[in-house]
Design a protein around this ligand. Structure first.
Ligand code: NAP
Ligand code: 3JM
Length: 345
């Protein structure tokens, strides 16, 4: 970085995640001396404001990373596979939001609250986990520290924005025109499309041989990698619901040691600085995505002890998928690296 700050690039700046990155970076105390916004040809000339300066979108090319210290990527896996190594070779630190590098054993997969300690001055490429994985591991952390975790079983209720700006347009079109033909969800990579308005779709991403979807496998593998624990048994059912922003996760955890009361777990979450507890059944208080969209925190509620098994608990997690699930987590990685002198030469 020069004396005034880092020279930053955002790839996919016109997308749902990219626009949120611009806004999040704006409010984080990371010094930025210049910002380059990159997208496809389609967006060239669009203007976004950053810290009171107008920045025009440029087309992404191999020369986009000359003189860049820090690059955020969220333009899909194939763009990252091609351009992230170019950015690194030109001296940038890359924080990648796609699944392209997440399971590469040489690349750290980071949620700062959980495993920022694996970052070092040598780290040049960091993978940002899948949105549902991020909020899950933040909530699992205090449970793991106190009791140890044997297994985790989740069902997700994922917002439409997770599938990008076009999926949100599709939802709006379906709400206003009953005859609108879906063309985006459940996934562009499969053959049949379904409406999301007034519906629930138990498919996110494509199917694998095992019958699980790729999204489910991402959650399973990424959770094990972030927790650095191959033994932890994770199962997932990932579902798209007609919600604009905010993923919810119904979570069942088998602990390694017993809990005495539900209050014991409520107290644990209440004292944990990384989550916000919303659990007061006497006032019908629990986290809901509609009321928590555009918030930074991970919210936890509906905490219950299993009625049959001593070491099993159930609870509900909500976080904004575009913020903590993507843009905010990436900016927090950059902020951690900045604070610890890990960015720059
Ligand atoms: P989006 O709203 O569809 O935006 C996609 C962005 O990528 C746009 O800026 C688009 O530019 C750009 N882009 C697409 N193809 C490009 C190309 N060939 N060259 C340059 N730019 C290109 O999608 P999104 O929701 O922001 O998500 C983007 C990616 O982020 C996803 O594919 C996914 O890999 C990742 N993501 C991660 C998480 C997470 O949990 N960490 C969550 C959501 C998304 P134009 O506007 O010019 O087309
Ligand atoms: C591609 O809600 C979602 O669909 C998940 C977000 C997402 C991802 C991801 O982060 O895993 C959407 C599209 C990806 C991907 O695999 O990079």
């Amino acid at each position: 970085m020069d004396r005034r700050g880092y020279r930053v690039a955002i790839v996919g700046a016109s997308g749902e995640v990219g626009r949120s990155m611009i806004e999040t970076l704006e409010r984080y105390p990371i010094p930025v001396s210049s910002l380059r916004l990159l997208a496809s040809k389609r967006s060239v000339g669009k203007i976004y404001s950053f810290r009171n300066v107008n920045v025009v979108i440029e087309e992404l090319t191999e020369n986009s990373f000359d003189d860049i210290d820090l690059a955020f990527f969220s333009a899909g896996g194939s763009v990252s596979l091609k351009y992230a190594p170019i950015a690194v070779s030109k001296g940038a630190v890359v924080i990648d939001n796609t699944s392209a590098f997440r399971m590469d054993p040489n690349i750290p997969l980071v949620v700062p609250e959980v495993n920022a300690h694996i970052l070092s001055k040598e780290t040049r490429l960091i993978a940002n986990p899948n949105c549902s994985t991020i909020q899950l591991v933040v909530a699992l952390k205090p449970l793991r520290e106190r009791y140890g975790i044997e297994s985790v079983n989740v069902s997700t209720y994922q917002a439409i924005s997770g599938a990008g700006a076009k999926a949100l347009y599709e939802y709006d079109a379906e709400l206003t025109d009953e005859d609108h033909l879906p063309q985006i969800l459940p996934t562009r990579s499969d053959e049949v499309y379904y409406k999301i308005a007034h519906n629930v779709i138990p498919q996110i991403d494509v199917f694998m041989e095992s019958g699980y979807t790729k999204e489910e496998i991402k959650m399973i593998n990424e959770t094990q990698k972030i927790l650095n624990d191959d033994e932890i048994k994770v199962n997932a059912t990932c579902v798209r619901v007609p919600v604009r922003y905010g993923h919810s996760i119904s979570t069942t955890v088998k602990l390694k040691s017993p809990i005495s009361t539900r209050m014991e777990v409520i107290d644990l979450f209440e004292k944990c600085k990384d989550v916000v507890l919303q659990d007061d059944i006497s006032h019908q208080t629990y986290p809901m995505p509609l009321y928590l969209q555009h918030r930074d925190e991970v919210f936890v509620g509906r905490i219950r002890k299993d009625l049959f098994e001593e070491q099993v608990i159930h609870f509900w997690i909500v976080a904004d998928n575009i913020l903590k699930g993507a843009a905010l987590n990436s900016v927090q990685i950059a902020y951690y690296m900045h604070q610890n002198g890990l960015l720059g030469d």
